[in-house]
Design a protein around this ligand. Sequence first.
Ligand code: PAJ
Length: 303
Amino acid sequence: MNLSPSTRTHSQAAGGARILRAKDILRSALAPSRVAGRSIGLVPTMGSLHEGHLSLLRAAREECDVVVMSLFVNPAQFGPGEDLDRYPRDEVRDAQLAAEAGVDLVYAPPVEEVYPDGFETQVEVRGLTEVLDGDPARRGPGHFRGVTTVVAKLLNAVQPDVAFFGQKDAQQLAVIRRMVRDLDFPVRVEGLPTVREPDGLALSSRNAYLGPEDRERALALSRALRTVDSGAREGSLAAGIEAARRELEAAGVEPEYLEARDPDDLAPVAELNGRPILVAVAARVGGARLIDSVLIHPAPTET
Ligand code: PAJ
């Protein structure tokens, strides 16, 4: 891609992707591509990249002419007592992996660039943010307010044609889709499947908090979701969920929730209804709060 000359406000880790810290520099860097009609893809991340992130970057590389990855550990989406301070950070490694995945630009702003003095505006999606993780007894709607506010800002800074998100954070994806629809952001949101370890554990930056024993116990989450999936295939979602609860209990994992919901509006679902169903689980395992989910697709009707 055609990029404007270097300035003091960007840096390049050895062999890593070019890192920009300021949104006006980012806009100037993207302007020639925009004028030339090249498609721009954005992959928002909080860094500490793993194969889940890389799958989004590769999809963006495949679909778009220019790929921007944002790298920002967003304080606004962490509640008091959450892991903001110990969240894993390694920008040099991330820039290296991003370059290998074909990222053209990394937008890694400092906190003051995103939230300057006097920052008073928030973007809030109601309803969808009050259930599951948004329940006030869990992370609460403030978590999603932090997510939608920063994603709105990132969409405005980059103005991508396509933005890529993981299905792993299924509620986040539903909330972002709703925000984009409600506020007419001119972007297509693409949700991509969850990348897992060979034993089923969903990749997450927070897996770094798991010791070997807790990692073993954490497997109960994906196992429970597979159990719901097979229960549903055998014809009963409710029986599948019951079996999954027993599975979690046997592993000594107490779920914060294990629920079936509509993937778009997150309304509770009691039984198979011929439409895709989201089953989401969250649990604290050792030092980590983990979430996982699966989309159950309706069985194809026989002809
Ligand atoms: P982060 O947790 O870094 O995740 C960045 C993106 O990677 C999200 O879209 C997430 O759903 C996706 N992702 C994480 N684990 C995945 C996996 N195992 N398979 C596939 N995709 C996976 O989510 C956030 O950051 C933030 O909330 C953000 C959207 C960047 C806003 O701050």
